[in-house]
Design a protein around this ligand. Structure first.
Ligand SMILES: Nc1ncnc2c1ncn2[C@@H]1O[C@H](COP(=O)(O)OP(=O)(O)O)[C@@H](O)[C@H]1O
Ligand SMILES: N[C@@H](CC(=O)OP(=O)(O)O)C(=O)O
Length: 427
């Protein structure tokens, strides 16, 4: 058993030079042996890499975005290192590799495969900079390419982990070095058997930390965020939020299921399976306790709000005066399953089935195409889905104000509405 401590730093915690310095100061008093650091791409650089790829596929010039990406990283380096530091050559070299990848013709490779070969550069760049900075501060650590550890299938952009191989890689490649030095590696990225880079899904670095923790039988995982911990709502969307000092795995998993983006939804399971505690802490106030997530008894009764944007509500109405039955539901779910579309909420009536889905444009189009001969299909887009866990009547009434509600569902523990904001402009 390694009993490694794992810290994961996301994009917001390495968004500029000051943030990298802050990361080093967090580590300084907390380093133990063995220790693993997982880092995401800096700030919004994954989005910029996505833009570069979209331009490449639209046959539009992307050189200005490459220049922006490079300048962002170089500027951070200028603030952290002396002008003759080795990091500048490393950054140049990494950008040369990126340009080489971008020389591949779009006709020769699928979009998703191309995506993974390009987008992984965000994490490769950030970890090189952070490692060099830590070493310059006498925090000596080893840079590990996560693609040599996280073994996946070749479902690009949503790669599935090969747990056996990954565990073996951890034992053979990580453990020997971990006992000597802290290791820094990338979140989000892995490698398929054919040697191609893969990614685990957007915001997947929390999941990387959990995979490595599971495979290493780690002592704990701490994910460092720009919030005090897990709150009863996203503070960017709701005022007066409350911090949860403790949560049960089940409670945290439920929140992520409904869309609480503070923790990647796949993070909890690998940790819960090995009973590894997860801490969510603030990189702004690192001495504060944050949230501790363990196998404790579920304890929250505070109303908890999770809101998801970009929702589409699709209603399938039977055409032939039969009623909705199991066969009809199965017919729809078979297509959903084949297209890998997740249903966020479902409601049936005598003659129709309504589904609230993430608006993944092409997939929803395909769904409707596949079912249009059997059902009359209507849809509403640009909607939001609000889930309230542990709802109380006065909270529900407040939540309904100022909204056009297209669908509502309530159980003892959960209240959900699909809605659009009512415009008050000109009122
Ligand atoms: N229940 C919640 N508690 C705290 N933060 C939340 C919650 N739901 C959503 N968030 C959002 O999650 C953000 C932190 O997650 P994220 O941006 O993915 O971090 P990073 O990319 O740095 O790992 C916060 O800034 C906050 O807006
Ligand atoms: N950089 C990737 C992976 C990730 O997890 O990032 P973050 O930890 O900043 O959410 C993304 O933006 O999707």
């Amino acid at each position: 058993m390694s009993k490694a401590i794992i810290f994961k730093f996301g994009g917001a915690s390495v968004k500029d030079a000051q943030s990298v310095k802050n990361l080093a100061s967090i580590l300084l008093n907390r380093l133990q042996n063995p220790f693993l650091i997982v880092v995401s791409a800096m700030g919004k650089s994954t989005n910029l890499l996505e833009e570069i790829l979209k331009a490449k596929f639209s046959l539009v010039d992307y050189s200005s975005n490459i220049a922006i990406l490079k300048e962002q990283h170089l500027q951070i380096c200028r603030e952290l290192f002396a002008p003759d530091h080795l990091i500048f050559a490393k950054i140049e070299n990494t950008f040369l590799q990126l340009e080489r990848e971008l020389a591949i013709k779009v006709a020769d490779i699928s979009y998703d495969e191309y995506y993974d070969q390009i987008v992984c550069y965000g994490e490769l760049l950030s970890t090189k900079i952070v490692q060099e900075y830590l070493c310059s501060q006498q925090i000596f650590c080893i840079w590990q390419d996560a693609r040599e550890i996280i073994s996946t299938d070749n479902r690009h952009r949503v790669a599935q982990v090969n747990w056996e191989k990954t565990a073996l890689n951890c034992r053979k490649q990580l453990l020997p070095s971990l006992s000597k030095f802290p290791i820094i590696t990338q979140g989000f990225i892995g490698r398929a058997d054919n040697g191609k880079s893969t990614t685990l899904g957007r915001e997947g670095s929390d999941f990387t930390a959990a995979i490595l923790a599971n495979c290493l039988d780690a002592r704990s995982v701490t994910i460092w965020k720009d919030v005090p911990g897990v709150l009863n709502a996203d503070p960017k969307l709701f005022p007066d939020t409350v911090l949860f000092p403790k949560l049960a795995y089940r409670e945290a998993a439920e929140m992520t299921y409904y869309g609480a983006s503070v923790i990647h939804p796949k993070t909890i399971k690998p940790l819960a399976n090995k009973n590894i505690p997860l801490m969510v802490k603030s990189f702004i106030n690192p001495d504060e306790k944050g949230t501790l997530i363990t196998d404790c008894e579920p304890q929250q009764t505070v109303p908890t709000f999770v809101q998801k944007g970009d929702q589409i509500l699709v209603t399938f109405r039977v055409k032939d005066f039969t009623f909705v039955n199991e066969a009809r539901i199965h017919q729809i779910y078979a297509v959903l399953e084949s297209l890998k579309i997740r249903v966020n909420l479902m409601q049936t009536s005598a003659i129709s089935i309504s589904l609230c889905l993430d608006k993944e444009f092409l997939k929803v189009e395909k769904l409707m195409q596949a079912l249009k001969t059997h059902f009359e299909i209507r849809y509403n887009e640009d909607l939001k889905l609000l889930t309230v866990l542990h709802p109380q009547q006065e909270v529900i009434s407040r939540m309904e104000e100022g909204k056009e509600i297209l669908l509502e569902q309530k159980t003892r523990n959960t209240f959900q509405i699909v809605f659009r904001e009512v415009s008050t402009a000109g009122a």
